[in-house]
Write a protein that binds this ligand. Structure first.
Ligand code: CTP
Ligand code: CA
Length: 248
């Protein structure tokens, strides 16, 4: 089937995948976080390993059970795999930019917090009287865009492919695909895996339905659509990414 890469499709390739969700520290014991489990990213890492790649998984707050489910559990259990743990978006950014300098394929499957607390308290915040609390947030850097910029600056292997993920909902102003295509072009990545969320799709559901969009000559081109488990969808995405010729 077209979803199953031949074993060895990624032989000799180095694949870098981010997974999970970042935690943005507020004080030594508190953070702002999101519910991303890391299942999509771990499935991508497992699929890349199965296709023969050397894989580095940058895991932002991914539970051990989720790694185990994908067969990436015990340290050293999977040959060719390295797992690096990170917490915050800034930490994820630094780690990804450093490791991307030696990656043939970079996949941003992590849910990066769009904002972080403007300041990090050195000691645990205390309640003040009976009032509420207003938090000030600042925007986090766009890691995907920074990865593209780093490649453009020449600090990446020639022909590096950069892949993003986006969960979108359609509304009266645009369809899921229109929003996804605009996002792909805005960020400058080569591919975007667009996932429709809501109404029993996307988060937490076993079946996934994704559309893969590629950037070609300044416009977005639909490569195809795939419905299946996260493992199946991951295999399919990787096979399309390696076989859909260079976009630049
Ligand atoms: N991403 C990133 N850095 C960020 C935010 C997002 O690298 N600060 C990456 C995600 O890992 C994902 C892709 O960008 O691969 C799309 O994420 P998404 O949250 O949909 O994009 P945003 O630009 O944050 O747009 P939105 O306002 O819709 O959240
Ligand atoms: Ca976002």
């Amino acid at each position: 089937s077209p979803g199953e890469p031949a074993p060895g499709l990624l032989q000799g390739k180095r694949v870098l995948v981010s997974a999970g969700g970042t935690r943005e520290p507020l004080d030594p014991v508190r953070f702002l976080g999101n519910r991303s489990s890391g299942r999509q990213g771990t499935a991508m890492a497992a699929a890349a390993l199965a296709a023969g790649a050397r894989v580095t998984l940058v895991a932002a707050n991914v539970e051990r059970d989720v790694l185990c489910e994908a067969g990436l559990g015990a340290p050293g259990s999977a040959a060719g795999l390295e797992v690096v743990g990170v917490e915050s978006a800034l930490e994820l950014r630094e780690t990804m930019l450093q490791l991307a300098a030696e990656a043939d394929i970079v996949v941003m499957a992590a849910a990066v917090a769009d904002y972080r607390p403007a300041s990090l308290a050195e000691t645990k915040l205390k309640k003040q009287g009976d009032d509420g609390l207003t938090l000030q947030l600042v925007q986090n850097p766009d890691i995907l865009r920074d990865l593209v910029a780093q490649r453009a600056a020449g600090t990446a292997p020639a022909g590096q492919r950069i892949v993003g993920f986006a969960a979108e909902t359609g509304d009266e102003h645009g369809t899921v695909l229109e929003y996804g295509s605009a996002k792909l072009l805005r960020k400058g990545a080569d591919f975007l895996v667009v996932n429709e969320v809501g109404a029993g799709r996307g988060f937490g559901t076993a079946e996934n339905s994704v559309t893969l969009v590629a950037a070609r000559d300044g416009s977005a081109e639909v490569i195809g659509e795939r419905r299946g488990s996260k493992a199946d969808v991951s295999q399919w995405v990787l096979s399309r990414v390696v076989t859909s010729g260079p976009s630049r």
